[in-house]
Ligand binder design. Structure first.
Ligand SMILES: [Zn+2]
Length: 282
């Protein structure tokens, strides 16, 4: 049985931001890596008008995503086909195809079908707040959690066919406050402005919530190259561009997660998403 990991993401580019390092690392190690992208990113901003128009953005982002996945080494990609809902309380929320308006039971069924097909032991989702409150991230969290519990139950979604499959571990991405503190310090030492000012960004979590830290220091350049493939999403004044690469590579040296559920017994903290699942461990 191959080791398989599924990362459930809201938009093209999210796969790089919270899971780029682990996708590189585990792909290189021979793990079957899966990215599910729930929406096409149609409501994203366009970094430069030469790159796309609102009408062409979805097609352009599909190509950007394919290139990013190639760089990361991701083995399997699936989409759920919803429309980007835009930021909370914007008109895109009300588009009839918006993921925010989707029937979540139906959306969960689509993801259950993928879990049964691809059989991941590990699923990575966002936290309950979608990491930072974006409607599509919140719904991506909801369906990932629902599919984690439902995919192994033969009485749930029988119309999705295939044999039930119980993933072993569910993780949420988790960016600890200490990383934010480190970022502030590195920027101050370099005499550079902090793109987030004095504020504690809403996407950080208390350090004690982090259960799992994966060393991905060897992959920071590749992860960054994959992120840069999303050209429409990286304007010149974004933190990705204004914070020097040398600082990003220190911040991105590990990717951090909260283990939200496990069906196997393993000790915490962990340094491997597959801890307890490798055959050498019995
Ligand atoms: Zn997103």
């Amino acid at each position: 049985m191959p080791l398989t990991m599924m990362a459930v993401h809201a938009h093209p580019d999210d796969e790089c931001i919270t899971t780029g390092g682990v996708l590189c690392k585990y792909s290189d190690e021979g793990v079957e890596t899966v990215v599910v992208t729930c929406t096409g990113g149609e409501a994203g901003e366009i970094a430069h008008p030469s790159l796309a128009t609102p009408e062409t953005l979805a097609a352009v982002r599909t190509r950007e995503l394919a290139e990013a996945l190639r760089i990361l080494g991701v083995r399997h990609h699936r989409t759920l086909g919803y429309r980007d809902s835009g930021m909370m309380s914007t008109p895109d929320n009300r588009h009839p195809d918006a993921f925010w308006r989707a029937d979540l039971d139906e959306a969960t069924g689509k993801l259950v079908a993928l879990v049964r097909e691809l059989r991941p032991q590990v699923i990575i989702a966002y936290n309950e707040n979608g990491d930072y409150g974006h409607p599509d991230h919140i719904n991506a969290h909801r369906i990932a959690v629902a599919a984690y519990y439902a995919a192994g139950d033969p009485n749930r979604y029988p119309e999705q066919g295939r044999s039930p499959w119980k993933p072993s571990k569910l993780y949420y991405s988790a960016w600890p406050r200490s990383h934010r503190v480190l970022m502030t310090r590195l920027l101050a030492e370099a005499g550079l402005p902090d793109p987030w000012g004095e504020d504690d960004p809403e996407w950080t979590v208390p350090d004690e919530d982090v259960t799992t830290r994966v060393d991905v220091a060897a992959y920071t350049a590749r992860r960054r190259a994959a992120l840069m493939a999303h050209k429409t999403q990286v304007p010149e004044d974004s933190a990705w561009m204004t914070v020097p690469e040398a600082i990003w590579s220190q911040l991105d040296a590990e990717e951090t997660f909260r283990r939200a559920h496990s069906r196997i017994r393993t000790e915490l903290p962990e340094d491997d998403l597959f801890a307890g699942l490798r055959t050498s461990e019995g």
